[in-house]
Design a protein around this ligand. Structure first.
Ligand code: KG4
Ligand code: ZN
Length: 341
């Protein structure tokens, strides 16, 4: 039997400190420390994020090893998020990973966070099926919104992307307008379940077939809410569920329209979603329906592998390990990195 490959993955690109141990493509542990400190500021404060990573990284890594029931001496390699993300946050994970790999004298593997969101689909011990190539991936997160054609593990092409805000920002900024706490995406999802998605109509943006734009929608929602509040100061409280359902319906309609365009243009009917917003219940159920209605095969990751997590970093590290695609210790964090880099 082949020797098992144990990878320690480290993720610190934004406001979650995460460490995970994988054995080949199976996840043995996936520890995520969320940073509560940002919620009162209505968004991530970079300086506070890097400080919290510094505090969290050692205990989070220790916990990941303990839960996996392996010692650091058993590790085959260390994989870390090189970018994209907040520089101060990335530096914490990068420096930690380098030092540990040097100390243990094992290979260091740099991972592109955007590729990792997509390659989370290759974690084998989750409910969802494993995609076959080529497939289309809709990556929807707090920082990115793009449609990617995936021809092989590391052969990706961006077919379209947002020209302004990311879809996660559209959720979070809409939530802020409604007075909800950051990050508001999950709260909109929660209230939307109790509301009427047809209660209010919002205009969908007009951009290229495979591109996205969400800044106009956000302004539309702001003006609509301000106008209604002038008429009835209790408008938000009295209609929160309907407002959230209508906002979510509009956003998911936009995402589904673009996916239909991508299928039309490429002829590929294998559709995956990735990134934090793929935790959204409406996009998940609409994709399941698309299997029946349009004959698509859809790939929907388990919740824990949608939002930022180190298991996706470790499994991407494993795929690079198989190709002995290692990083030199001189590797540096990169705040800007495309999925194709
Ligand atoms: O991938 P992620 O954890 O971090 C980035 O790399 O950006 O995505 C975070 C985003 C936030 O905007 C959050 O509001 C959104 O994902 N999100 C959701 C849901 N869960 C997380 N948006 C809508 N519905 C959800 N259930
Ligand atoms: Zn992410």
């Amino acid at each position: 039997m082949e020797k098992p490959v144990y990878i320690l993955g480290i993720e610190s690109s934004c406001d979650d400190t995460s460490a995970s141990v994988t054995c080949n493509s199976r996840v043995l542990s996936n520890v995520v420390a969320n940073q509560e400190v940002h919620s009162k500021y209505g968004g991530v404060v970079p300086e506070l994020a890097s400080r919290a990573h510094q505090q969290n990284i050692v205990p989070v890594v220790q916990q990941a090893l303990e839960q996996a029931k392996i010692t650091k001496e058993q590790l085959s390699a260390i994989a870390f998020t090189r970018g994209p993300g907040l520089m101060g946050s990335l530096l914490v994970g990068t420096s930690f990973a380098k030092s540990l790999a040097l100390g243990l004298q094992i290979p260091l593997i740099d991972v592109n966070h955007m590729q990792a969101h997509i390659l989370a689909h290759f974690i084998t011990d989750q409910e969802s099926k494993i995609p076959t190539f080529p497939f289309i991936c809709l990556t929807i997160s707090g920082g990115h919104t793009q449609i990617v054609k995936v021809s092989d593990y590391f052969k990706m092409e961006i077919l379209g992307e947002t020209i302004d805000d990311a879809v996660g920002e559209a959720f979070d900024k809409s939530a802020k307008i409604l007075g909800l706490q950051y990050p508001g995406g999950p709260l909109i999802d929660k209230y939307a379940k109790l509301g009427n998605p047809q209660a209010y109509k919002f205009t969908k943006p007009k951009v290229g077939d495979l591109d996205f734009s969400f800044s106009g929608l956000k302004t539309g929602i702001l003006y609509f809410v301000q106008k209604q509040v002038r008429i009835n100061p209790n408008f938000i409280e009295e209609n929160l569920n309907d407002i959230c359902a209508s906002i979510q319906y509009t956003i998911v309609e936009i995402l589904m329209d673009k996916l239909k365009n991508a299928v039309k243009q490429t002829g590929i009917k294998q559709i995956a979603i990735a990134g934090g917003v793929s935790a959204n219940s409406e996009i998940r159920s609409r994709l399941q329906l698309a299997e029946k209605h349009f004959g698509w095969t859809t790939y929907i990751p388990s919740f824990e592998f949608t939002t930022d997590n180190a298991a996706m970093i470790a499994v991407t590290g494993y795929l690079k390990y198989l190709n002995t695609n290692f990083a030199d210790v001189s590797v540096t964090a990169q705040a800007r990195l495309k999925v194709t880099d």
